[in-house]
Unconditional design. Sequence first.
Length: 188
Amino acid sequence: MAFTFEKTKLPGVIIIQPQVFGDSRGYFMETYKKGDYAAAGIDKEFVQDNESSSTKGVLRGLHFQKDHTQGKLVRVTHGEVFDVAVDVRPGSETFGQWVGVTLSSEKKNMFYIPEGFAHGFLVLSDTAEFVYKCTDVYDPKSEGGIPWNDASINVEWPKLDCEYKTSEKDEKHESFKDQDFSWAAKWL
């Protein structure tokens, strides 16, 4: 198998380490192989690929889509980020809990966040390029979010030598406890 799959405390959220073949010329790795992923419990069809570039201190999230709910396979092709998944599935034993992992172009690790989870990341390096595969298309009418600093979730974001940079939209999300997550219950 070309990958190592590490389960986290959140069911379905998986850290993935590809096998990397390198020498003085560079490296080669597979980033996705349907059969290997299916054997690890990620039996999904990915329908959209996205890429973003951000500078140090940019914090994107915590995002979700109520309709067209997306599972995401994320990785960093340049730089380093702290990536977070939050369980928003009512009735789940881990509802409201989070898990985070540092993803980097050096480690070449990846993170799978299934449907029914909010997602966000903080850029730790001077710049970072972030790419991800999604199981459904982006639909701006169904997007939602949780404040990155919501006290009831209490994500332990890494401290940086600069201020966090968030979008105006991300500063306006309702608190976790004030939202109706019934749409996510189907992902249990």
